[in-house]
Write a protein that binds this ligand. Structure first.
Ligand code: MN
Ligand code: MN
Length: 459
């Protein structure tokens, strides 16, 4: 009998069929990353997957019965989906929740300026970024803007076009003073302006380049400068997600935190409902927004929108149960990424308690900072519940904390549901270079995340 615990290597524990499945899944996931570069676009992609698989808008249903599949879209940026199970809702839900917002550069409300014959858009960064990583890389522009008549215009440019955008970093030759500043300060966030154009409109005396850009925007989209103040427009890396390595074992791409877990949640829900027509528990996928800035606002997990969705479920299934009791008896995986050990920086990780990429889906018993401050910790009993499900279903998993005590910390949506009485644990994919424009995951961990979620939904 083996008493010692050793991490498992996913690749060498898969059979040939499973390796083929891993690749297929990875290709679909890469496609999702390339299409879902903002929360708006992710909601559209998720909606496509759900609609193709028989899910309907909950508002179109008066009654819900076992096997029914419904969704609710929360203000275009967040989505909840559910499959009704055999148990009464009073016995709790099996919930998996991830987030689809990722660090990026948003526009300021009045962003358009001209300097040195260059038209620029002023940005404000969103989420925790190392600012220097976002300079001098190709950027794409995505979002929505409303014109004076209240018409919505979708903007998605710089991906497959023959042009994109960028922020010009300072050349090293003239960066002597800049290089003396500490890393927190050496990029001034007010100097992260996206280059839009350089041609002057003829016979215009002041800001002629800006005038020309406004002319192009008006011809293409029918918008005026003031319309930027009624827009949600973001700049994100325009390069495509790709396999990484000679062995193609990894995936590189923007926004894997947390689209890797969000995609797995949706795929797991769809496939669980196909494999088992009548699931025991009602299963719920929550794909939310605004996690990266602390889960604030009406599209975040903190909003009461999910409570409203739950009220609809209770009413339409005729469950006659208090919402608090549903929460109290529910179980949840908080589907979010965690840190993998960076081979160049092992000193920030406590190796026995850290995630090695390629060793399976990562379970994080607690997050938070030093002294477990603000941590939402899973109980021993709930850890046992989750590990037993994974063991029975050949899910390869590993136990990791984010890093060494005192090296920093990070949050997820786990605490928000825990506060409502749900048993919840963080469980997701380990990532290298998290929050960078090009994050890295193991494709085997990515697939194991999906298998883990599917097993959790079915048990
Ligand atoms: Mn995250
Ligand atoms: Mn994050």
């Amino acid at each position: 009998m083996e008493l010692k615990y050793e991490k498992k290597d996913v690749y060498n524990n898969l059979n040939e069929d499973e390796k083929i499945e891993t690749n297929k899944y990875a290709i679909d996931y890469i496609d999702f990353l390339n299409k879902g570069k903002t929360e708006y676009l992710c909601v559209e992609e998720v909606l496509k997957i759900l609609s193709e698989n028989g899910f309907e808008d909950i508002n179109l249903k008066t009654n819900l019965n076992v096997g029914d599949k419904v969704y609710f879209i929360n203000k275009e940026k967040s989505i909840f989906a559910t499959v009704i199970g055999k148990d009464n809702l009073a016995q709790g839900l099996n919930i998996i929740g991830g987030h689809i917002d990722s660090p990026r550069l948003d526009l300021k409300p009045m962003p358009l300026v001209e300097r040195a014959n260059i038209a620029l858009l002023k940005t404000q960064y969103y989420g925790g970024i190392k600012k220097y990583q976002w300079l001098s890389i190709p950027l794409a522009m995505h979002g929505v803007i409303y014109n004076e008549n209240g018409e919505k215009i979708n903007i998605s440019i710089g991906e497959d076009d023959d042009f994109c955008f960028t922020i010009a970093d300072l050349l090293p030759h003239l960066a002597k003073d800049q290089m003396k500043a500490n890393a927190n300060e050496f990029i001034d966030p007010e100097k992260m302006s996206v280059i839009l154009g350089n041609i002057k409109q003829k016979d215009v005396k002041k800001d002629a380049v800006k005038s020309n850009i406004l002319k192009i925007l008006n011809e293409k989209y029918g918008i005026k400068e003031i319309d930027f103040s009624r827009s949600d427009i973001s700049f994100v890396p325009s390069f495509k997600a790709k396999f990484i390595g000679l062995d193609r074992s990894m995936i590189g791409g923007y926004g894997q935190d947390d689209r890797v877990c969000s995609y797995a949640t949706i795929r797991a829900m769809v496939d669980a409902s196909k494999e088992e027509l009548n699931l025991q528990k009602t299963i719920v996928a929550m794909i939310v927004d605004k996690e990266e800035i602390g889960s604030t606002g009406n599209t975040s997990m903190s909003s009461l929108a999910f409570d409203m969705f739950l009220n609809k479920l209770i009413e339409k299934t005729n469950s006659k149960v208090d919402r608090l009791e549903v929460y109290y008896n529910s179980k949840m995986l908080s589907a979010d990424v965690t840190a993998g050990v960076n081979p160049d920086y092992p000193e920030v990780s406590d190796l026995p308690n850290a995630n090695i990429i390629g060793s399976g889906v990562a379970i994080e018993k607690y997050g938070g900072g030093s002294g477990k401050s603000y941590a939402s910790e899973a109980s021993a009993k709930f850890m046992s519940h989750v590990m037993r499900i994974f063991d029975k279903n050949n899910v390869i998993y590993q136990m990791g904390t984010l890093g060494k005590i005192g090296k920093g910390g990070g949050g997820t949506i786990a605490y928000i549901l825990a506060d409502k009485g749900v048993d919840v644990v963080d469980c997701g994919t380990a990532v290298l270079a998290m929050h960078s424009p090009f994050e890295v995951t193991s494709k085997y961990d990515v697939y194991m995340t999906y298998l883990a979620y599917k097993a959790f939904f079915k048990n």
